[in-house]
Design a protein around this ligand. Structure first.
Ligand code: MG
Length: 368
């Protein structure tokens, strides 16, 4: 059964006071973040329901699955109906783009539930005490019967289409579905799956995306004749090269240790031991990409790198841009997030005497 994500991007942001769907949050809009989560969670195709600026945002996206774009309607119900009419597949995954931190696991669970039970709507039990205030009365509601409805709300396509054709208006798909097909199956949502509605939510999102940890790295390799010199993944013309088990790229080694430190995953000596023949002469860029995969698997991303190469010769300034671009490409981040500097030690120390090159780095990581 194919699942089609219906991504609602037509909100007016009236409670936020600015355009929450189209303003980038650490480089990615809420629309793009939601799209990524739907695809990672198992949507085979997408329908973007847009209006105004969100149409331009969607047009600029690179969408890795088949998709279509339709205009939103007056009310959310009209927008969902337009989306359903343009959708294909047997399962409809209806999601508000403003819930851009939905976990792919939640999307996946809702699709699995819809395949098994016909529906799977994300909901969260209420943990606070909830009261109803009347005229001079206060009544505590039974928490066990209360849920906060989230999205995705996922259904068999034919049933949810019928519900929308006959059901009238609702702020929530599950309510319309229930009128015809009974109470839908619930899957557990999460606090992270918060709808960006007010300025407080926006501040929460920025804090969530700000660096959550930092790590430092340091490395030194001896300069010898008869070896090529690699720094930051770039071959640098020089009469000597660095000695080591791998290509001895001292800069990438310091950067990898900084990233691993931020993630608390040990160090490259532990992960890629120089006693292991498979790492003999290996391109350190391959190792950097492996380290980055470990970061990504934990739903994190490297947010910034700053590094210093300590070296008397050669001059690194001409290669700096290429080095920064190479590192950024391997980490899948913008070159603007990578800074590489070089310094001499004015002829002092082993670096200054040309016996070795050293490097130090700091890395920060954050949630995706
Ligand atoms: Mg090393």
């Amino acid at each position: 059964m194919n699942a089609c994500g219906i991504l609602l991007c037509a909100g007016t942001s009236s409670r936020m006071g600015f355009d929450k769907l189209n303003t980038p949050l650490c480089g990615k809009t809420a629309i793009e973040r939601s799209m990524d989560a739907l695809i990672a969670g198992g949507c085979d195709s997408l329908v973007f329901v847009v209006s105004g600026e969100s149409e331009r945002t969607v047009a600029a996206l690179s969408v890795p699955v088949p998709f279509s774009v339709v205009q939103g309607g007056e009310q959310r119900t009209d927008s969902v109906r337009n989306g359903l009419n343009a959708a294909s597949g047997e399962i409809a995954v209806i999601h508000d783009a403003a819930r851009c931190f939905v976990m792919p696991a939640t999307v996946k669970a809702s699709i699995e539930a819809a395949k098994q039970y016909g529906s799977g709507v994300a909901a969260l039990p209420v943990t606070d005490t909830v009261v109803r205030l009347g005229d001079g009365t206060i009544e505590t509601l039974d928490r066990n019967t209360l849920f906060r409805m989230q999205t995705p709300q996922t259904f068999r396509m034919d049933q949810i289409r019928t519900a929308y054709e006959t059901g009238g208006s609702a702020t929530d798909d599950a309510t319309l579905y229930a009128k015809l097909f009974g109470v839908p199956h619930f899957v557990l949502g999460s606090e992270e799956n918060r709808k960006l509605t007010t300025a407080t939510d926006w501040v929460w999102a920025l804090e969530r995306l700000s660096p959550s940890a930092y790590g430092i790295g340091f490395d030194t390799h001896r300069l010898v004749e008869g070896r090529k010199l690699y720094l930051g993944g770039v071959e640098i013309p020089f009469e000597k090269g660095l000695l080591g088990h791998s290509d001895a790229d001292v800069l990438l080694h310091a950067i990898m240790d900084a990233i691993l430190g931020a993630m608390k995953l040990g160090d490259i000596g532990k992960l890629f031991p120089d006693t292991d023949l498979k790492y003999a002469g290996i391109d350190s860029r391959v190792l950097l990409r492996k380290v980055n995969e470990m970061v990504q698997k934990r739903d994190m991303v490297v947010s910034h790198i700053d590094a210093t190469v300590i070296c008397e010769r050669p001059k690194l300034a001409p290669y700096r841009t290429e080095i920064e671009r190479t590192i950024a490409a391997d980490l899948g981040i913008s070159p603007g997030e990578v800074s590489v500097k070089a310094t001499t030690t004015e002829g002092m120390n082993d670096e200054g005497k040309g016996l070795c090159i050293s490097a130090q780095a700091i890395a920060s990581v954050r949630h995706k």
